[in-house]
Design a binder for this molecule. Structure first.
Ligand code: EPZ
Length: 424
């Protein structure tokens, strides 16, 4: 097990290249199983969730290898439609293999993804989409079995916004017979990234980002090359880190257009934000102000994944910040640990009220989930003394070498593997 030790009180400075996006890399890798060729993914982040996805790709029959800065997936051989429970349980978003395997094999057999730290995570919208295209769905003993002699295009109406269900709908539709229209589709930029890759593979998909996606089914897909888009949530986290600690940082290989509500919130807090084509600079010299109310929404609204890091950056801000979490039922699991560092937060149901305090103090805390863990690191940067963050396995799912990234920005941050310290 590893622990992240951060000594707060140092302002940040320097530049950081932003990693490729976890929430794009995972669906892209799953989609590659639909092609009967070799795909090359550049800027693919080194994360434990990517390792879990690669394990599934290998299990179903793909050859996967790394060369230079690229990850190669060869899906030209026979593909098995089955994903064992153990691999499914490692990562909730493996449900994305449902549409991909169904599209490639006409069948997909995998476990129902369990709930996660963020609350119940049903898959009813995923199944609605697949049933609309003619799939038969059977759920028994926690196993999900989808079969379709031949998927047929149709009109998928998603009654509420789901990133994963939209991605599964697109993946199932690209090799279905005829055309499909998906209305109520999620508009996240990661879906546009998936569309770009699928089009390079020969798929006929349009409309990603608009809420209405149109797909004309094709018989076969070839392999293709794709550069994974920058991670807007990792970028938001490192900007929140600078807002929390103070100083001036420059992020490059990032897409400011994907981050408007986050950048606006940081500006309302009194940070100077400048954005260029693929770079963002943030400067925080004076006192922080509350960003005002923050309500999480599907894209292009304020991203739920940036809520915990922004909350951590607002703990010492003047005034009262009200956050309303509309996407997940329990996304305040990081609050008790932040209160343990001296924060004044009252959270009940969807609402959290943060009153700015003068000081935070370092202590030992446990990360409860991926973004909650990131929030602890952001808070630790402005706390007095050392904070020891356990549960880094959560953080490693979505951040490439967080200790290295924070150190590159001038923080006193060290990752220790349990037992390291005893080696004296
Ligand atoms: C994606 O999860 C992201 N994960 C999440 O990021 C992100 O928080 C979420 O979208 C929202 O933006 C990946 O892309 C791998 P949803 P996903 O389906 O697709 C409900 C992170 O920290 N719902 O859009 O699983 C669901 O319970 C992670 O990087 C149904 O009710 O999210 C939730 O309340 C965390 N039925 C809401 O919709 C369904 O069939 C949004 O979920 C599907 C979802």
């Amino acid at each position: 097990m590893s622990v992240l030790k951060i000594t707060g009180g140092r302002s940040l400075s320097g530049s950081l290249r932003v990693q490729g996006a976890k929430n794009s890399a995972l669906p892209l890798l799953a989609a590659s199983v639909m092609t009967e060729g070799l795909s090359v993914f550049r800027n693919c982040p080194h994360l434990t969730d990517v390792e879990a996805t690669v394990a599934i790709l290998r299990h179903v029959g793909c050859r996967v290898y790394e060369e230079g800065d690229a990850l190669y997936v060869d899906a030209s051989g026979p593909i098995s439609p089955e994903v064992p429970d153990a691999l499914m349980r490692r990562m909730r978003s493996s449900v994305i293999f449902l549409g991909a395997l169904l599209g490639r094999c006409g069948e997909a057999v995998l476990s129902l993804p369990g709930g996660c730290e963020l609350g119940p995570r049903p898959v009813d919208l995923h199944l609605l989409a697949l049933r609309t295209l003619g799939a038969e769905v059977e759920v028994s003993g926690g196993r999900l079995c989808c079969r379709a002699a031949g998927l047929k295009g149709g009109h998928i109406v998603l009654p509420s916004v789901s990133v994963g269900a939209t991605e599964n709908a697109v993946l199932a539709a690209v090799r279905a017979t005829g055309s499909t229209v998906i209305t109520g589709a999620a508009r996240e930029p990661e879906i546009a990234d998936l569309q770009e890759y699928l089009r390079a593979c020969g798929a006929l998909v349009t409309g990603a980002g608009s809420g209405v996606i149109r797909v004309q089914g094709v018989k076969k897909l070839r392999g293709a090359e794709k550069r994974v888009m920058p991670d807007r949530i990792a970028a938001a986290t490192y900007l929140a880190a600078c807002a929390s600690a103070g100083g001036r940082v420059r992020l490059y290989d990032v897409c400011p257009a994907h981050m408007v509500p986050v950048l606006q919130a940081l500006e309302r807090m009194g940070c100077g934000v400048t954005a260029g084509e693929n770079l963002i600079a943030l400067e925080r010299r004076g006192a922080l102000r509350s960003p005002g109310p923050i309500i999480t929404r599907p894209y292009p609204g304020f991203p739920t994944d940036a809520q915990p890091p922004l909350m951590a950056a607002s703990l010492k801000a003047d005034g009262v910040t009200v956050m309303i979490e509309t996407i997940f039922e329990s996304r305040y699991r990081h609050v008790p640990a932040l209160r343990g560092m001296g924060a004044d937060i009252r959270a009940a149901g969807k609402t959290a009220v943060i009153r700015g305090v003068d000081a935070l103090h370092g202590t030992e805390v446990l990360a409860s989930d991926l973004r909650g863990g990131a929030a602890l690191a952001v808070a630790a940067l402005s706390a007095e003394g050392e904070t020891v963050i356990r549960g880094m396995e959560h953080v490693d799912r979505g951040y490439e070498d967080m200790a290295g990234a924070l150190s590159a920005l001038g923080a006193e941050a060290v990752l220790e593997h349990e037992g390291d310290a005893d080696d004296g």
